[in-house]
Design a protein around this ligand. Structure first.
Ligand code: ARG
Length: 366
């Protein structure tokens, strides 16, 4: 079987994947050879091959396990994989996305979930989800600053062009937008009733609630490409639960996002006339405390960065025991708050990209 295989050919990639995947699943070498022969014939005939359900499920889990930037990988084997490869009708695809949101959110007890739609195939036009995340807030540029999430401005413009109308609040929920091949993009509104949101409050400052800050429960990345054994799934939205700092130290805190630290500092009565009062740092900690507190109070899954870093340490141990080399991207793994208090900060990681994995889509897929 090893004769004349082009190093980067589809068959070569399939073989790499099947060998690893099937050994992990406990198949014999005879079974692996049989499967590879079948795949080889399929590729010769159709220029592609189809994953079995088992390959799809384990391949998606491996892609999470190989996601160097993710601190939450301890739970890779618990990924809920939804096979939606058979869907071609846009309405069915939208329904499936809505089901993903509801089932994964699970009334707050978030279930790490991926929905995998049909992959790229020769001669077929790909399916793309245009949203960065299935749930995200719109952003508008106005003469006196931004309304909503500045990170969403470009996509929000596209949605408005498609005929969607926003309410121009700081927390308008963007519609779901998909594109099938060269057809024009299609969209449906995402009703607020389908989205679990958490109003932020602080256990010590009642006035914090009056700031009107909020965020959604479930981060569902929808613009990445999942590659398994050389097959490219161009639409495969996936989610875990939030680590508090993603919201409290980035989405709501970054100057180019919601930029709320000055507001929180004011509420706390901090002296903001000099950087050396550390008002930013103090406001940051309280904002992050409010995020964790509010999600817990609302019954929405969330993890603090110390616990997440500890869980990552367990993942490192598990991988070692399984005799797999751990890969990671240090600059993403360290949390944005108090990084040096976590063990991750004091280590280094090999940032090699292993397959299966998730990738940013290239410009050819837009
Ligand atoms: N950082 C992104 C956000 O704040 C979400 C990325 C995925 N995060 C996760 N916990 N699975 O919306």
């Amino acid at each position: 079987m090893s004769d004349n295989i082009q190093p980067h050919s589809l068959y070569h990639q399939a073989r790499e994947f099947i060998q690893t995947c099937y050994v992990e699943l406990g198949y014999t070498s005879a079974q692996i050879e049989a499967r590879l022969q079948h795949i080889r014939a399929e590729i010769n005939q159709h220029g592609t091959y189809e994953h079995t359900t088992e390959e799809l499920i384990h391949g998606a889990k491996m892609a999470w396990r190989n996601s160097n930037r993710c601190i939450g990988r301890l739970f890779w084997d618990r990924l809920q994989v939804r096979d939606a490869r058979h869907l071609t009708d846009s309405n069915d695809i939208f329904q499936q996305l809505l089901h993903h949101i509801t089932d994964a959110t699970n009334n707050g007890r978030i279930i790490p979930t991926i929905t995998i739609f049909r992959p790229e195939r020769p001669g077929e036009e790909p399916l793309l989800i245009k949203n960065h995340q299935l749930i995200r807030y719109a952003g508008y540029e106005s003469p006196d600053g931004y309304v909503g999430d500045p990170a969403s401005v470009a996509f929000t413009k596209q949605c408005l062009q498609l005929g969607w109308q926003g309410d121009l609040t700081d927390y308008d929920i963007l519609p779901l937008v998909i594109k099938q091949g060269s057809h024009p993009p299609e969209w449906i509104p995402l009703p607020r009733s389908k989205v679990m949101e958490i109003p932020l409050e602080h256990p010590d400052w009642a006035a914090f609630a009056d700031l009107g800050l909020r965020w959604y429960a479930t981060p569902i990345i929808s613009d990445m490409l999942l590659e398994i054994g050389g097959i490219r799934y161009t639409a495969a939205p996936f989610n875990g639960w939030y680590m508090g700092t993603e919201i409290g130290a980035r989405n709501l805190a970054d100057k180019e996002r919601y930029n709320k630290l000055p507001l929180v500092a004011k509420l706390m009565g901090l002296d903001t006339t000099s950087e050396s009062t550390l008002w930013r740092d103090r406001a940051l900690v309280e904002l992050n405390y409010a995020v964790l507190h509010s999600y817990k109070a609302a019954g929405a899954s969330i993890v603090d960065h110390h616990t997440a870093a500890h869980q990552f340490g367990l993942f490192e141990q598990h991988e070692q025991r399984a005799e797999r080399e751990l890969t990671g991207d240090w600059s993403w793994l360290i949390p944005p708050v108090s990084p040096a208090t976590t063990p991750i900060f004091h280590k280094s990681y090999n940032n090699e990209i292993k397959s299966p994995n998730f990738y940013y889509r290239d410009a050819s897929l837009s």
